[in-house]
Design a protein around this ligand. Structure first.
Ligand SMILES: *Cc1c(COP(=O)(O)O)cnc(C)c1O
Length: 248
């Protein structure tokens, strides 16, 4: 059984995405909607799976890991959209299909595959475990504000970080991610991200995706070329009270 209000909100947002894509002359097939379920119970994720959702976003490692464990085998993809603590990077890599929030060099090192130590004959990886040959998709998050606490790399530091990611073993750069700053015109913010994305393709030609657009501003994001929307409350309804606690 699924909540009729939940399926209604999902249908409304899907309709809104179709409308915005049509207005922008874009195909909805080029737009992935990640439903952000942070702070929501795993039962809500299960209901959304029944309604056909396959891409889910989480922003806190412990919560994401618990949900991923509980729903293992359900064929869904987890997108990590929150700030990543360096020491959790490898664990996040183990269940996430996509990380949207790569924002510093040290994190690239933490997320990249360990490479075999060529100086040791017969060595696999430094800790002796089986080499990890999987590829993790990621976005570099750009900070459009002056506040470093918001997460994301500053615009002047963007190109060097993109170079680091494309050189890192086991990481595939999809493109750029951003959150529109509060109080700014989201359309202008997303146009800037799109422009930065075009510039980055000079050094990373395959990084053509843009993760931008949330509940309040996804239509503007679609107009500016978003390929990955991260939508929470417009679909899930309000988050439980814990959302007011400062977490990451
Ligand atoms: C929570 C969150 C979202 C979803 O926000 P809504 O306003 O609920 O749609 C999107 N992106 C990130 C990075 C988030 O933390």
């Amino acid at each position: 059984m699924t909540d009729p209000l939940l399926s209604q909100r999902l249908a409304d947002v899907r309709g809104g995405i179709i409308d915005a894509a049509r207005l922008a002359g874009r195909s909805v097939d080029d737009i992935t909607t990640v439903v952000v379920t942070k702070f929501q119970p795993v039962s809500l994720v299960s209901e959304l799976i029944e309604l056909g959702v396959r891409d889910f976003g989480e922003s806190r490692h412990q919560e994401a890991q618990a949900k991923a464990t509980e729903l293992a085998g359900s064929g869904i993809r987890w997108h990590f959209v929150g700030q990543v603590q360096g020491k959790k990077a490898r664990q996040i890599r183990s269940y996430a299909s996509v990380i949207h929030s790569v924002d510093r060099d040290s994190l690239v090192t933490g997320l990249a595959s360990p490479v075999p130590d060529a100086s040791v004959p017969g060595a696999s990886v430094p800790d002796g475990s089986v080499p990890d040959t999987s590829v993790l998709d990621c976005f570099v998050q750009v900070n459009l504000t002056e506040d470093p606490a918001r997460g994301g790399v500053s615009i002047p530091d963007l190109a060097p970080l993109v170079e680091r990611v494309i050189a890192a073993p086991g990481l595939r750069l999809l493109g750029l991610m951003a959150v529109a700053p509060l109080g700014a015109d989201p359309k202008r913010s997303f146009a800037l991200v799109s422009e930065l994305g075009s510039q980055m393709r000079g050094i990373a030609p395959d990084a053509r995706y843009l993760s931008m657009g949330m509940s309040q501003d996804y239509a503007a994001a679609i107009a500016e070329g978003a390929t990955h929307l991260r939508i929470g409350t417009a679909i899930t309804g309000n988050r439980p009270a814990a959302v007011n606690l400062k977490t990451s």
